[in-house]
Design a protein around this ligand. Structure first.
Ligand SMILES: NC(=O)c1ccc[n+]([C@@H]2O[C@H](COP(=O)([O-])OP(=O)(O)OC[C@H]3O[C@@H](n4cnc5c(N)ncnc54)[C@H](O)[C@@H]3O)[C@@H](O)[C@H]2O)c1
Length: 392
């Protein structure tokens, strides 16, 4: 793999904790990639995620659209987001990497951080916005910023649009795979790891499509009911970190260990929390037919090989969870307006087309969906580079 364009590690002078920034590549001088905060976050992890962002951007390349993919990047801070020091650390990290945010790195929420917190910390660090580097690429900066701000203010049944579009994309990926296999939605069971931004929204869209959510794991353990959980009740019982308050739920569910979601009797598994959740040992326990990677890098390569060999289809992160990132840019560049209906319709259409294409390519080439997605992304990266130049 080619080395990234830029890779840095910062050490906080007060706590000694570390933060990383990796820019995989730039397109028109700009790159995109969220900022995560978790205990144990490493430079290797951030490097892999930055590469994934380049692919994720490229996969949504449509020569006829106003949004042209950016390069890929990622930031990561090694700290538990619930640590009392976390916010101060975030502000100091953003101050340290401010020249990059000002000139080339557009960022936003990722694991452990919400957009509100990133925005507040960015302002405190003296930044105009966490995506200000893209402003020079806009035709009408003021109108574009207003449109995005309006879109962020949209809520649907108590959840912000920005926290829903990603899960809308994950859910549509699952539905596309079910449709290709001729599997009905009703009676199809789902188990999720993670009930934050991605997991929560994915569960809502799948439940509304008629699927049954039978298990949800958060940082405290797995909540399960083979007859089906009430997703809206769970959503209403979440705190800002995506932890479900068990005391706020009606009795009748089972509380199982944190890894119980893996072996839940379900057709679909949605890892939507941490990276590296499914290794060779964990995969042995899986009876599902599809795994939709809402999280980044949840399935290890050795596990994926074993799963593929026994007919379990892993729908890859670069495709499945690309909806949030694409929505920001579709909205900012003006492909869609600040409207939930328009956002969901565009997300569904784009994700369905992409997943169809990836699954068809995997089937005809006899590869995994991930190999097919990477081949498609490489083709599109080449097309973007042809149009705007090579900037690695
Ligand atoms: N938020 C986005 O827009 C977005 C977009 C693309 C990909 N992702 C990826 O999706 C994943 C989740 O991101 P998010 O923004 O939803 O995070 P979040 O912080 O909103 O939620 C994380 C959820 O995972 C749970 N969790 C954490 N550690 C766990 C563990 N060890 N076992 C079980 N549950 C655990 C938490 O309790 C919480 O429910 C990450 O890999 C992230 O990179 C997020």
């Amino acid at each position: 793999m080619t080395a990234p364009l830029l890779s840095l590690t910062w050490t906080d002078h007060l706590t000694g904790r570390r933060g990383h920034l990796v820019v995989d590549r730039l397109v028109r001088g700009v790159c995109s990639g969220g900022l995560r905060m978790r205990e144990g976050c490493t430079l290797d992890e951030v490097t892999g995620l930055a590469r994934g962002m380049s692919l994720k951007e490229a996969l949504h390349y449509d020569p006829a659209a106003r949004y042209v993919p950016l390069g890929g990047a990622k930031g990561g801070i090694d700290c538990d987001p619930r640590d009392p020091e976390a916010y101060g650390l975030l502000v100091r990290y953003l101050r340290a990497v401010r020249p990059y945010v000002e000139s080339c790195w557009t960022t936003g929420e990722d694991l452990g951080l919400s957009q509100d917190v990133v925005d507040r910390a960015a302002a405190e660090a003296g930044l105009v916005s966490s995506i200000q580097a893209v402003y020079p690429l806009l035709d009408d900066e003021r109108a574009a910023r207003e449109r995005l701000a309006d879109a962020f203010a949209v809520e649907v049944d108590g959840i912000g649009l920005d926290e829903l579009v990603g899960g809308c994309g994950v859910a549509e990926s699952v539905l596309t795979a079910l449709d290709r296999a001729g599997a009905p939605y009703a009676g199809t069971r789902v188990a999720l790891q993670g009930f934050g931004t991605m997991g929560g929204a994915t569960a809502r869209f799948l439940a509304r499509a008629g699927l049954t959510v039978v298990a949800v794991a958060d940082v405290k353990g797995t909540i399960a009911d083979p007859a089906g959980l009430d997703v809206e009740e769970l959503l209403a019982a979440r705190d800002a970190h995506g932890t479900v308050d068990r005391g706020a739920l009606r009795p009748g569910f089972a509380e199982l260990p944190s890894d119980a979601w893996l072996s839940a009797e379900a057709e679909v598994l949605v890892p939507a929390a941490v990276s590296y959740a499914i290794g060779p040992r964990e995969q042995e326990r899986i009876t599902a037919r599809w795994i939709a990677e809402a999280a980044n890098m949840p399935v290890l390569p050795e596990a994926e090989e074993l799963l593929h060999a026994r007919g379990v289809s892993v729908l890859p992160d670069v495709v499945v969870n690309s909806g949030t990132n694409a929505w920001w840019w579709w909205t900012l560049f003006g492909d869609i307006g600040a409207d939930a209906g328009e956002a969901f319709a565009h997300t569904r259409r784009s994700m369905r087309a992409l997943v169809e294409r990836v699954l068809a390519r995997a089937e005809s080439g006899g590869t995994t969906p991930r190999q097919a997605a990477h081949a498609l992304a490489e083709q599109r990266l080449a097309a973007v580079a042809e149009r705007f130049g090579h900037h690695r």
